[in-house]
Design a protein around this ligand. Structure first.
Ligand code: FE
Length: 217
């Protein structure tokens, strides 16, 4: 089955005032849809047309040279945005709770230190890209990292993405113009920590982080 635009776990006006419906109509409705369409085009003839998006991200090196970069760009665009929608929510923000909070304290020293490190990664990603909280199963550690364009850690490592912020200008320019730090500050009001925790539990259990059936409402 061809890839399709997943439903968001909230209505497009529910993230207001932190993220405007009018911005999401472009970001989700136009940009994400374009990645999905171009991914389906790029996958034609690869034999991986029906591979689930998360598995596809771990197998980009199997794609022939003439299609590989298009699958990285558009498959990454589809995967990264899907995770981004999943970890935001209405009435969100605050701090991680429970087991995830304990692990953040262990690996970053404190929640405040984690926030600083994540915000710094997001602010210093040169040009278009993403900042991430990822989990490394080999040593059970949480990490902050950043990636260029639509790359993500599934493409080139064993690490698992748990949360992410989009720092492409299309994510924030309509509301914040060139003020990326203002967008990063606003993003903290949008993080659904329960969803991030669920992603970590799924990763630890060896389950898919993005399950498009459960990501839909
Ligand atoms: Fe985006």
């Amino acid at each position: 089955m061809a890839h399709t635009l997943p439903k968001t776990p909230w209505a497009l006006d529910e993230l207001e005032p932190n993220y405007k419906k009018s911005t999401l109509e472009f970001h989700y409705g136009k940009h994400h849809q374009a990645y999905v369409n171009k991914l389906n085009d790029a996958l034609q003839g690869t034999g991986m047309e029906d591979t689930a998006i998360e598995e596809l991200m771990t197998r980009v090196n199997e794609i022939s040279a003439d299609k590989k970069q298009a699958v990285i760009n558009n498959g990454g665009g589809h995967y990264n945005h899907t995770l981004f929608w999943m970890i935001m929510g209405p009435n969100a923000g605050g701090e991680a709770q429970g087991e995830l909070a304990e692990q953040i304290n262990k690996d970053f020293g404190s929640f405040e230190n984690f926030k600083k490190e994540f915000a710094n990664a997001a602010a210093t990603q040169f040009g278009s890209g993403w900042a991430w909280l990822t989990w490394c199963p080999e040593n059970n550690k949480l990490l902050v990292e950043k990636s260029l364009n639509q790359d993500n850690c599934l493409m080139n490592s064993k690490r698992k993405p748990l949360m992410t912020i989009d720092v492409w200008e299309h994510a924030y320019y309509l509301e914040h113009q060139n003020l990326r730090p203002q967008w990063i500050e606003t993003f903290w009001n949008l993080v659904n920590w329960q969803a991030v925790e669920q992603n970590w539990q799924n990763a630890k259990a060896g389950k898919a982080i993005i399950n498009l059936e459960t990501a839909t409402v």
